[in-house]
Design a protein. Structure first.
Length: 448
């Protein structure tokens, strides 16, 4: 029996201790760190990541098919306009030229034959015309019969028709020669295309084939890519910006670029192109919609990287992150972003000195407890220091950068704003909560 009493007594003691600890903790002030609202310049940023690529890059393919017998460049070589890059085996195209050339000579010989036959036919026509005229006079004098005259007339008409036919044959031979010469010119052009030259000055950024490989010409189909020629002196960053941020980005916006290969160095860029169509990935509600934005790297911002040993500091495919500066405001009231929190104005939260953890919610009707989240009017608030307690103030915010946010209304610019810890600002702090101001470093040391 005594043992039971002891167990009950110990249990009551534990419960009483828990109540005392809870009561003491309820009166214990919340440790926070603060910062005074200041006037500063804020630049709104849109951040994105992407890859560096040449602003101008040409993909070179062959117009003719065949085996590559000579490759004069390697990846990374700088070439001048008109320099020979590679050569395709010309045997088939040389034989085609010989065959077409023989055809041209044949058509020219046929033309000479047709011209000779035409001259002979013209001589016969002259003779037939003279005979016809003589016999016409004889017919008028009744020296010959009508039957004999009709014979001479038929010979004359036949000679005339023969001349016309041979003239048409000569014209046809001339057209045949023109067609053959055009085919010969095409064959010569195809032979010239077995030599591939650089169309512009640039650097061989990618070599897709080697000597001995076969390539397919572009005639009527997608040709084999041989190499890529790029101007590595003008580079750009291609990034994908989310659909929620793309409306903030405009051409000629300034951007700050960080390249993974050059840590702790920042470069300047300018937005040159914004895609009108999106790149969508995923399906249904998980679909992610991004838009490609291209940002030109300003050469002056990375000129200090260029040296005799490092003429091209950026290589295609390098990873980069950009901060696009979309909007800028001067001399506005600003506070740290983490100092802003949201509350539902339909709930009035107060704090009692005897029990800071007790929340009193005032609503028009008990049925409002089931109000949907999307229908609630969420507003933004900050907590400022007021004689050792937290005072909740409704604010309106503007643009923000990585650290600070613009305060459009609600603060005068001289208040001491509670900035952390995050759990206190976002959840536990109430109107009138007791606070203790400590240094940020000491606060996180204590929490650790």
């Amino acid at each position: 029996m005594k043992r039971l009493y002891w167990i009950i007594a110990i249990g009551l003691l534990i419960i009483f201790s828990v109540i005392i600890v809870k009561y003491l903790n309820g009166n214990k002030p919340t440790e926070v760190y603060t910062q005074q609202a200041t006037t500063r310049t804020i630049i709104e940023l849109v951040s994105a990541t992407g890859k560096i690529q040449p602003e101008t890059e040409l993909k070179l393919s062959s117009d003719v098919s065949g085996e590559i017998t000579e490759m004069t460049v390697k990846e990374g070589d700088q070439v001048k306009k008109g320099a020979l890059l590679c050569r395709i085996k010309p045997d088939l195209y040389v034989s085609a030229i010989d065959r077409v050339n023989a055809n041209v000579n044949t058509t020219k010989a046929n033309l000479k034959t047709a011209i000779a036959q035409l001259e002979q036919a013209k001589a016969n026509l002259i003779n037939s015309e003279a005979t016809f005229n003589r016999n016409k006079k004889l017919l008028d004098q009744n020296a010959i019969s009508q039957q004999e005259f009709d014979g001479f007339k038929a010979q004359y008409e036949s000679a005339k028709a023969n001349v016309q036919a041979l003239e048409a044959g000569v014209n046809a031979s001339q057209y045949t020669i023109q067609s053959s010469e055009a085919t010969l010119k095409e064959a010569n052009t195809n032979l010239e295309k077995t030599f591939i030259y650089a169309p512009v000055d640039g650097t061989v950024s990618k070599l897709s084939v080697e000597k001995g490989e076969r390539v397919v010409g572009v005639s009527g189909m997608a040709g084999t890519e041989i190499l890529r020629l790029a101007n590595l002196n003008e580079m750009e960053v291609s990034v994908e910006v989310n659909e929620n941020d793309i409306i903030k980005v405009h051409k000629n916006d300034t951007a700050i670029i960080e390249v993974d290969a050059y840590m702790d160095k920042k470069f300047k860029g300018i937005v040159t192109e914004i895609a009108n169509s999106s790149n969508s990935s995923g399906i249904s509600i998980d679909q992610v919609t991004n838009f490609v934005v291209k940002i030109r790297l300003i050469r002056e911002s990375y000129a200090f990287l260029i040296s005799d040993k490092n003429q091209i500091p950026f290589r295609p495919g390098m990873s980069a992150s950009v901060d696009i500066q979309t909007r800028k405001v001067l001399n506005v009231t600003a506070i740290p972003i983490q100092a802003v929190t949201t509350r539902n104005p339909d709930s009035l939260v107060v704090s009692n000195n005897d029990d800071d953890s007790r929340d009193v919610k005032v609503k028009n009707d008990n049925e409002d407890k089931d109000i949907r989240k999307e229908d609630a009017k969420i507003k933004e608030y900050v907590f400022v220091v007021n004689n050792g307690t937290a005072k909740q103030i409704e604010i309106k915010t503007g643009i923000q950068d990585n650290d600070y946010i613009e305060i459009v209304s609600g603060l005068s610019g001289k208040e001491e704003v509670i900035c952390g810890p995050y759990s206190a600002v976002s959840k536990s702090l109430k109107e009138g909560s007791k606070i203790k101001i400590v240094r940020k470093e000491d606060l996180y040391k204590t929490e650790k």
